[in-house]
Design a protein around this ligand. Structure first.
Ligand code: ARG
Length: 565
């Protein structure tokens, strides 16, 4: 249900009846309950244009408002604000409809598009660390969200599997023989050990260098070693994905090496267009207004990160047919994407109508505001962090008696992983973010536990009720009115969050919804004696729709709910 569009339409109709020949600006959610449900603040801006006083304009609009349908009351406030109240009967009807619909009344896009979401992208030579956590979580959420709204989403995991480090790594893997797979469990250590060998032993170093050349020229033995290395390394990433409950699979992997054969063509095509300039032997694209060029081929003939990304852009736009390509990558790569996108557009590699966006995110910090590190200054391994989350979550389960050991374990996973994900998703993604266990595992505040707790609480009402909801939603008081309007805003929120690629808009909404529900539930008892049947049924229905909305919202965020907490 596109609630806002309904209200906007009513304003639009009033405009044309009043003979105001402009497109009205959109209404906004009322900032306070006494201002109604929505506000139209456009009269002030029109005043200059129409040469009239804003209050007069507001009166004119209100005089032509249809107050017999969706909106039943309008009030002018201050210099010309128009406050609007939605018809409670209509709200009730719409909530009823949402409750009967498995999509909760959220429409599927009329014109879905193909979207590539590029996320996670770990480097195979290095351990997956907390820096990859944000990309993985935010990217997966964006993909889930667009999918739910009806777009055709293509997940792409642009893993770093190519480069000179692999010569050293596969030479070492070969040397390790059988033990290779085991040592690779700790990639960080494996890398250090390989580097140790490289620095200490000239023969090994020469072999490693020779292997770089050999992989690049397609030597079967070296490629086999390389493939084995990638398989093991990627396998560890997949363990993390599984723990995190993100949907990336091997089918989504389009590694850097996938574009190897295209790189020559990228450079050739740029050359043919006359876009390339040589600088110190390197092939460069100089963009107008930019001091530093985009290097696409080094003097020694090697290609760069940017070359691969240009090839990937071409592939995504022209072969996959994406109309929106979203890169969920650390903000520190902002300059890279800005330049690569410009080259892709200016050279026609990517058609004009394809939207390219860098979904940037900030750095994860520790409590002291420093980049997140282990006690001895090393990078925190993602898998350790997630395991710790589960251990900590276990301690929050107060009443463990009622559960078997496995159930406690299962519950702890849902709570712990949910907490890590929610904490990340609930802040403005572009901000740096302070990782704080206590805060994220709290039952209070804007946390996943608070949402999961509210959900479980509603389920417990239904366990006690044990019946079937019969009868309709009736908006009984101002609180029920607000709760219902909030429930109907769900699609507007999802739409906006999809446009802005902003998961925190969903968490903010869920937090407001649950807070409102808790107040409603405190003041409006449901199963208490003395509550008449009709009211009870209506409140049960509202509780049910709230629970379903929480569940759907969390599902998009990749977080599970539980029936009991
Ligand atoms: N491997 C890169 C890194 O770890 C991220 C890849 C992002 N995607 C891309 N198409 N460049 O920083």
């Amino acid at each position: 249900m596109k609630l806002k569009s309904h209200i906007n339409q009513i304003i639009k109709d009033a405009f044309s009846k009043a003979g105001i020949d402009t497109e009205p600006m959109s209404v906004t959610e009322a900032t306070k309950a006494e201002f109604g449900d929505y506000q139209f603040n456009g009269a002030m801006a029109l005043a200059k244009k129409l040469g009239k006083n804003p209050r007069q304009i507001a009166e004119d609009i209100v005089a032509h408002l249809d107050l017999t349908g969706v909106v039943t009351k309008a009030e002018i406030a201050g210099p010309g604000f128009i406050n609007l109240w939605i018809n409670p009967l209509w709200i009730a009807e719409q909530c009823q409809h949402a409750l009967g619909d498995e999509r909760l009344g959220v429409n599927k896009r009329e014109t879905p598009i193909k979207v590539v979401v590029d996320y996670s992208g770990p480097n195979m030579a290095k351990q997956m660390h907390v820096g990859h956590l944000r990309s993985t979580i935010i990217g997966d959420t964006l993909a889930n969200l667009l999918e739910f709204l009806g777009d055709e989403v293509i997940r792409q995991n642009h893993i770093g599997d190519w480069g000179t480090q692999f010569g050293m790594l596969i030479a070492y893997l070969e040397e390790m023989g059988e033990d290779g797979s085991v040592s690779l469990k700790d990639l960080e250590q494996f890398y250090k050990d390989a580097k140790g060998r490289f620095d200490a032993d000239e023969d090994f170093a020469n072999k490693a260098r020779a292997y770089v050349v050999k992989i690049q020229s397609g030597d079967t033995h070296c490629l086999e070693l390389w493939q084995k290395f990638i398989d093991i390394s990627l396998g560890h990433c997949e363990e993390v994905y599984k723990k995190l409950g993100v949907k990336l699979t091997r089918e989504d992997v389009k590694a850097e090496s996938f574009y190897n054969e295209d790189l020559v063509k990228v450079v050739e095509d740029l050359k043919r267009q006359g876009t390339l300039q040589e600088s110190d032997g390197a092939q460069c694209v100089f963009l107008e207004g930019e001091e530093i060029p985009v290097i696409v081929q080094k003097a020694d003939g090697g290609y760069l990160y940017a070359t691969t990304d240009l090839a990937a852009l071409r592939y995504r736009a022209n072969v996959l047919g994406a109309k929106r390509i979203s890169y969920v990558v650390d903000a520190r790569q902002g300059e890279h994407f800005k330049q690569v996108f410009r080259v892709a557009k200016e050279t026609g590699f990517v058609p004009e109508d394809v939207k390219l966006e860098h979904i940037a995110f900030g750095t994860m910090m520790d409590k002291g505001g420093k980049p997140f590190k282990t006690r001895d200054g090393g990078t925190v391994k993602l898998i350790d962090l997630l395991d710790e989350a589960v251990v900590k979550a276990k301690n929050t389960i107060k009443d463990q008696e009622g559960y078997s050991e496995e159930e406690v374990e299962e519950l702890a996973k849902i709570i712990g992983i949910g907490a890590v994900k929610y904490a990340d998703l609930s802040i403005n993604r572009e901000s740096n973010y302070i990782f704080n266990w206590d805060k994220m595992l709290s039952f209070e505040g804007n946390t996943s536990l608070y949402m999961q707790y509210a959900y479980a609480r509603i389920q417990s009402i239904f366990r006690r009720f044990e019946g079937e909801i019969k009868g309709n939603i009736i908006i009984g008081d101002a609180l029920e009115h607000r709760l219902s309007v909030m429930l109907l805003r769900f699609e507007d929120i999802l739409d906006r969050a999809a446009i802005d690629a902003a998961p925190n808009q969903i968490t903010t909404y869920l937090y407001e919804l649950v807070t409102l529900f808790m107040r409603f539930y405190e003041q409006n008892p449901i199963l208490k004696e003395g509550v008449d049947e009709q009211t009870k049924m209506s409140r049960l229905a509202l509780a049910d729709l709230t629970a379903k909305t929480i569940k759907q919202g969390l599902d998009i965020l990749g977080i599970e709910v539980v029936d009991k907490l």
